[in-house]
Design a protein. Sequence first.
Length: 328
Amino acid sequence: MAGCLVDPWYVSEVSATAKPGVRHSSDKDVQKGGNVTYLAERAGLDGKVAVITGGAGGLGWPIARDLALAGVQVAVCDRDPDAVAEARSALHEIPISSYVQLADVRDGQAVATFFDEVDARFGRIDILVDVPGGSFVAPIMDTRPKGWDAVIKQNFLYVVDTTQQAAARMRLQGDGGSIIYVTSIEAHRAVPNRAVYGAMKAGVTSFAKSMAMELGHWGIRVNTVAPDVFPTPAAVPGWTPEDELRPENRLSDEISIPLRRKGQGDDLSGCVLFLASDLAAYVTGTTLHVDGGTSGSSGWFHWPDGSWSCIIPDGTARTLLDSELSVD
């Protein structure tokens, strides 16, 4: 597994619950003019400009889609050409200005060029959402500096780069802004066999707090959202939405996730909409945990016998042991 790169964000397939071009029950067209709803008016998103890196596929697409449906002009970059083509076509169907470009955020020159193109097309940036990340699975003793460098670049260094690009523009505009990083629950707990990945996500969390202090003078807010189990085909090779209907998967969710299901794209995008909007005007330097309660449960599980325990109950342990013995 040491050479296997697991990248849950950059995927050619979009989230199973949020495919480009498909309308969903949660999609709401923004009403404009004299019919602006109270919530839309409070949110103040209509007409703003958002940059979403890694926004064409995986968990990035629901974020780009929902910002667009909320009336935000969106500029998306992604390194997956198929996802870029699908997102470009889908955003074309939404009556807002959009720009979708093939670009790899690990390439500093590509990032600079992309932001220059955003300047030319929109003339400002109000919101930055950084989505990309990923890692390979291996014990630290089986890894090498080349692998560490790749994980650091893919999860941390580009965040510094895009933040500097966006914040410089927001500061000159003089009317604030919102920067949001998609991190992970792994920023807040141990993650064996992906230690460098966890360290980088923790680093982004710390970086967000520092940026909230440095940039607050200009009204620029900086926050993170930390998802846990959000399956995508890239994160779980061969995964399909039908897999979640299998009895063993449903039982696993009921045991390990307080809300008894895995996350979906809409769960994450709604939280990003909040942090991007004026509804979160006094929120900065914090993390919104979008995990169905797993960070709060801190290792406690709800077992089939109805008990709550952070270790396997005796009855369940005996069942597992008997199962192993019968196989042997």
